[in-house]
Design a protein around this ligand. Structure first.
Ligand code: SF4
Length: 247
């Protein structure tokens, strides 16, 4: 038997085998149906979804993601072109004078910490990956300051690689909707992967993140205006529906 052909067939079969959840169970048809209904409604709310941050390369996306903490995307989009004009290559930023970088990123807040982070990031890409941002989640998370969430966003945004980014919004909303009963981000990621086809992974998490910001707030979810209300399992949804201000 041709071993290479065998491996290809095996890998195709694996790609189509149902994925199991973190607890080892496989979602039922009705659970998958509910999951699909949730995504369909989110897709109606957000027909297109993607980052509002401007970038021209995977490395620039990493940098603007760091800069975007605790500030608006508009603010980052004003600062980033100045930064990338001053430091056009990863190596330039790796060797930058921190005080000069601080002056440029000052208006994004937490400028000292952000300066340290982006210089370390540049040094990490240079030293660990010869100046090339790796297109692999396990490699990306080796970079200083890059967690699974940032790595997943990068894979999805920069290379269109299916990935589920689990941040605080995805964690909260997925739990309330009954898409998971886990609290660990890696297990939540696994549960969502088991519920949805690979082609939906990236769009799903980006939409949930936006929905968590716009509607399903941590402290004051707008349950009275929520299209996912009939599919939701959050015990307090009725109380929050009564508190939701009228349109
Ligand atoms: S009904 Fe409320 S808790 Fe449930 S998803 Fe909608 S906003 Fe969130």
């Amino acid at each position: 038997m041709d071993l290479r052909l065998g491996r290809v067939r095996w890998s195709i079969r694996c790609r189509h085998m149902p994925l199991s959840r973190a607890d080892g169970s496989v979602p039922s048809r009705s659970e998958k149906g509910k999951a699909r209904a949730i995504l369909n409604r989110l897709r109606r709310r957000y027909p297109t979804i993607g980052t509002a941050l401007d970038y021209e390369s995977p490395f620039q996306l990493l940098v603007v993601t760091v800069l975007s903490a605790q500030t608006t995307d508009e603010n980052v989009n004003k600062v980033a072109p100045v930064l990338f004009a001053a430091y056009p290559t990863i190596n330039d930023l790796a060797e930058a004078d921190p005080e000069e970088v601080e002056r440029i990123v000052y208006s994004t807040g937490f400028y000292r910490q952000k300066t340290k982070s982006i210089i370390k990031l540049a040094q990490g890409v240079e030293e660990m990956f010869d100046g090339e941002v790796p297109m692999d989640l396990d490699e990306l998370v080796k970079l200083p300051g890059v967690g699974r969430k940032t790595a997943s966003v990068l894979l999805a945004e920069a290379w269109d690689v299916p990935a589920i980014a689990v941040d605080t919004h995805v964690r909260r909303v997925a739990l309330r909707l009954g898409l998971t009963d886990q609290s660990d981000p890696v297990k939540i990621e696994r549960d969502l992967m088991a519920l949805y086809p690979r082609s939906e992974w990236s769009g799903l998490s980006m939409r949930i993140i936006q929905f968590g910001r716009d509607v399903c707030d941590a402290k004051r979810p707008l349950c009275g205006k929520c299209e996912l209300f009939p599919l939701c399992e959050f015990p307090d949804r009725f109380a929050f529906a009564r508190l939701t201000p009228p349109r």
